[in-house]
Design a protein around this ligand. Structure first.
Ligand code: BES
Ligand code: MN
Ligand code: ZN
Length: 494
């Protein structure tokens, strides 16, 4: 789907088009809505005699209104005019696209001309996010089910300013789509080597990408990560992505680390059959880190950033790791693997240690679809945030609020550490049923060597079905990309 910004006079008249306008709470017609009301001999005013009051989430569709070239006219409730801002514009753009995508119209005219060029760019961003589809394996989809909208055109008196404001948002939308594609791919297609190669191809954006294979990781002593992938015929990979956008190429970077379990069967501690297909998206943390790095490079962010992806497949096999095995991590700490299904933390243990040893970053944020327990604790509207640092924690929470990717901070109580005690090793990899997400985070914290660190448990937010947000089509959400990009934009650029 193409995005265009054009002067109002140039927007109207395309054949096969649908129009969307904003109506604020009251209802208060936007000026574009007012103009259309006149043109149509009061069709909008008549529609307002019903229950539509312009509240957020409300909309009314008028079909083939008199005197208009358009086949549909959608009135989108935008809520209070005074508090209307970026998120409202995104939602409106996304709702318009979603409501009209299979209408048959090929052009969507967003007549949001009351908005500033910045807000219009956000409306375009919302439409772009809503237009994401993972349809590469649909060979028999009926034509009437396919989206008909090919172009979304936004009316503005200052197209140049809107185009300029859309630049970084377009880069961000591409990063989100990159993540959604990775997360949506099934595990027979996207295994560690394939994932690493897709990231390697991002060197075209100016990223530097290194891939460590199993012998390279063995040499570094990554027994914890390698133990997880040991039962798979697919080789494990550690991907190191660098973006050097700061004026000072030697400035300490910030670092993002992702859990990339391309499929999690549970290993020998095998999961039940029901819902196991969901475990193709157990690489959502690594997917988000890759997409965030994409966005930073595509918009040329003035920051030095490192992304580390721990990519493995967790399979049962004659060669698989057994419950009770003791592995030695790169940090030197030993781990008794009580449950092979608690594998994400084993991957992160070595990925985090490697990251801080090599890069000495300002801070590390890891993202991982780590525990089912976080879904029980928070439901699907929040990811869990665990951190040893109030400032980093506050900055992440704020970034999440701005981008509609909510975080809720959870505690890291020292008193629960003993749940990880092991008879024969430095620690066990599970802490029992109580506070499952917390003991997982406490485990990971043992592989952070004094740096500011935060862990985002995104098992609750990486996949949305059904989605309740029009900017997120059902399936892979891309959660984390917007949040990390915002964290950088608000606090860590030159
Ligand atoms: N990948 C899962 C967590 C998960 C569950 C992600 C549901 C997304 C949706 C993780 O590796 C796992 O299996 N965790 C176990 C931990 C347990 C064995 C301590 C869990 O949550 O049950
Ligand atoms: Mn698991
Ligand atoms: Zn897992």
């Amino acid at each position: 789907m193409q995005i265009q910004f054009a002067k109002p006079s140039a927007v109207s008249g395309a054949p096969l088009s649908a129009i969307a306008v904003l109506v604020f709470e009251g209802p208060v017609l936007s000026s574009a809505a007012e103009a259309l009301d006149q043109e149509t001999g009061g069709a909008l005013s008549r529609a307002l005699a019903g229950r539509f009051r312009g509240a957020k989430g409300q909309s009314v569709e008028l079909v083939a209104p008199a005197n208009l070239h358009a086949s549909q006219l959608l009135l989108i409730g935008a809520g209070s005019k005074d508090s209307f801002a970026a998120t409202g514009a995104e939602t409106a753009g996304a709702e318009a696209y979603k409501a009209l995508k299979t209408s048959g119209a090929t052009t969507l005219e967003l007549r949001f001309s009351d908005l500033t060029p910045e807000l219009l760019a956000h409306a375009a961003f919302g439409a772009r996010l809503a237009a994401y589809r993972f349809d590469k394996y649909l060979t028999k989809e009926k034509p009437e089910k396919k989206p008909s909208i090919q172009t979304t055109v936004l009316a503005t008196n200052d197209p140049d300013a809107a185009i300029a404001a859309f630049g970084p948002l377009s880069a961000l939308a591409e990063g989100v789509a990159f993540t959604r594609d990775l997360v949506s791919e099934p595990a027979n297609i996207l295994y560690p080597v394939e994932f690493a190669q897709r990231v390697k191809a991002l060197e075209r954006l100016g990223l530097e990408v290194e891939i460590l294979d199993e012998p390279a990781m063995a040499k570094l002593g990554m027994g914890s990560l390698l133990g997880v992938g040991q039962g798979s015929v697919r080789d494990s990979q550690l991907v190191v992505i660098q973006w050097k956008g700061s004026a000072d190429p030697k400035a300490a970077p910030i670092a993002f680390v992702g859990k990339g379990v391309c499929f999690d069967t549970g290993g020998i501690s095998i999961k039940g059959a029901e819902g196991m297909e969901d475990m193709k998206w157990d690489m959502g943390g690594a997917g988000a880190v890759a997409g965030a790095m994409y966005a930073l490079a595509a918009r040329k962010a003035k920051v030095n950033a490192v992304g580390i992806l721990g990519l493995v497949e967790n399979m049962p096999d004659g060669n698989a790791q057994r419950p009770g095995d003791i592995v030695t991590s790169m940090s030197g700490q030993t781990i008794e693997v009580i449950n092979t299904d608690a594998e994400g933390r084993l991957v992160l243990a070595d990925a985090l240690w490697y990251c801080q040893e090599r890069f000495k970053p300002k801070f590390m944020v890891d993202l991982a679809t780590l525990t089912g327990a976080i879904i029980i604790a928070l439901g699907h509207d929040y990811a869990g945030l665990f951190s040893n640092n109030d400032e980093l924690s506050g900055a992440l929470t704020k970034a999440g609020e701005s981008e509609g990717e909510n975080l809720w901070r959870m505690p890291l109580p020292a008193a629960y550490e003993k749940q990880l005690d092991s008879l024969g090793a430095d620690m066990k990899n599970i802490g029992g049923r109580p506070a499952g997400s917390i003991t997982a985070a406490l485990f990971i914290q043992r592989f952070v060597n004094g740096l500011p660190w935060a862990h985002l448990d995104i098992a609750s937010t990486a996949w949305k079905k059904p989605s309740t947000n029009p900017t997120i089509p059902d399936g892979a959400s891309g959660f984390g990309v917007r949040l990390l990009n915002r964290l950088v934009a608000d606090g860590y650029e030159d």
